[in-house]
Ligand binder design. Structure first.
Ligand SMILES: Cc1cc2nc3c(=O)[nH]c(=O)nc-3n(C[C@H](O)[C@H](O)[C@H](O)COP(=O)(O)O)c2cc1C
Length: 370
């Protein structure tokens, strides 16, 4: 049997295989509470044969939101909404983590409480867009707004929001949380030395200062819900959301690996961005180096096939592989890969937004009877 299909123990969880469904924003939730709904539950339950499901990024607060029609995890209605999903997944024997998200500067005043500016490590506007309300108050792509630099009190409040979100996630029945530390959002806006020029303990040129917020968030969440239920996604060398290259980049990510290694987490998830439109990608050999620093479960995502996933797992650099786009059109991806059944390639037009079409209407593979 391929190792990809073999079980793996993660904390107290026994996962049926080493395939994860990568976090994917689908922007399908349209209710006044920004709460996950019946379609969300159906969508994840259809995909429950994955060893581990990871939800889309779910905002930890209104301030953390950078995209319309996303289910959050900060209010009571949202906890109740997600309960339907976790119950439906567990009923089918699946396991599910929620990705918890603060976008930092990748937001727009129309999404923020009282139309305030979004927040970041520094008051530097990103080149980039988000999905918010345009000048005519219609949902659409707009340039992100200029952020304000967080005060020490603002940082404390966000740490509290992360902890509340993690506790809510457990109340909603999730098996754990994946902290979104990737793709140029808030935590990376602190990690990146090319952006973060703060002169307090959360910034400047020391790696320790730039990693501080991420590690405090990890520690606070682990203390609240257990380290075995806490995971993090990072994007070493990532360039999404206008993240610049900086000196000492490899050193920074390996130092983060060392620190995370002390914390007995559920897993660390490496996001490889080269496949989703960004020219830059994790340099060759980096995953082997990272493995020397981080000994727990490593998951990787980004352009994998069954064959390359198996190769990576066999190499020992990673333990699990997450698939994103293949999961959109193939709810039974595990069975299709196991049986060498053909894969459906979903049209990009149905990735984000809209109704249940392109969301919950991809069927499992039908074996023709002879
Ligand atoms: C429609 C779509 C939405 C995504 N949303 C998220 C997200 O909410 N959080 C995240 O960390 N990555 C997100 N990603 C990135 C995926 O998790 C994954 O890393 C990427 O698609 C590469 O894997 P793949 O080649 O298997 O699709 C998204 C990707 C797609 C295609």
């Amino acid at each position: 049997m391929m190792k990809l299909f073999s079980p793996i123990t993660m904390g107290k969880l026994e996962l049926n295989n080493r395939i994860a469904m990568a976090p994917m924003t689908r922007a399908r939730v349209n209710n006044p509470f920004d709460a996950a709904d019946d379609d969300t539950a159906t969508y994840f339950a259809q995909r429950a044969s994955a060893g581990l499901l990871i939800t889309e990024g779910s905002q930890i607060s209104k301030q953390g939101q950078g995209f319309l029609f996303i289910p959050g995890i900060y209010s009571e209605e949202q906890v109740q909404g997600w309960q339907k999903t976790t119950q439906a997944v567990h009923a089918k024997g699946g396991k599910i983590f929620i990705q918890i998200w603060h976008v930092g500067r990748m937001s727009h005043t129309s999404l923020q409480p009282n139309n305030q500016a979004p927040v970041s490590s520094v008051a530097v506007k990103a080149k980039g867009t988000c999905f918010a309300y345009d000048e005519q108050d219609n949902p659409g792509k707009v340039d992100v707004s200029e952020p304000t630099a967080l005060t020490p009190e603002g940082i404390e409040a966000i740490k509290q929001d992360y902890v509340n979100a993690a506790k809510n996630a457990i109340r909603a029945g999730f098996d754990g949380v994946e902290i979104h530390g990737a793709n140029g959002y808030l935590l990376e806006q602190f990690i990146n030395a090319g952006l973060n020029t703060r002169d307090d303990q959360y910034g400047g040129q020391t790696i320790e200062n730039r990693l501080r917020l991420t590690l405090e968030v990890v520690d606070d969440i682990a203390a609240a819900i257990g380290s075995d239920k806490t995971a993090i996604r990072i994007a070493p060398f990532g360039r999404f959301s206008d993240m610049p290259a900086f000196e000492g980049e490899e050193e920074t990510w390996l130092a983060l690996g060392d620190e995370l290694n002390k914390r007995n987490l559920a897993y660390v998830h490496l996001s490889e961005q080269g496949t989703i439109g960004d020219a830059f990608t994790i340099p060759k050999g980096f995953t082997t180096k990272f493995r020397q620093h981080y000994k727990g479960i490593i998951m990787i995502a980004g352009g994998f096939t069954k064959e390359t996933a198996e190769e990576y797992i066999q190499s020992g650099d990673v333990d699990m592989v997450a698939f994103g786009r293949p999961y959109i059109g193939n709810p039974d991806l595990v069975e299709r890969m196991q049986n060498n059944w053909p894969l459906v390639e979903a049209d990009r037009a149905i990735f984000y937004g809209g109704d249940s079409h392109g969301y919950i209407d991809f069927p499992a593979y039908q074996v023709e009877s002879a």
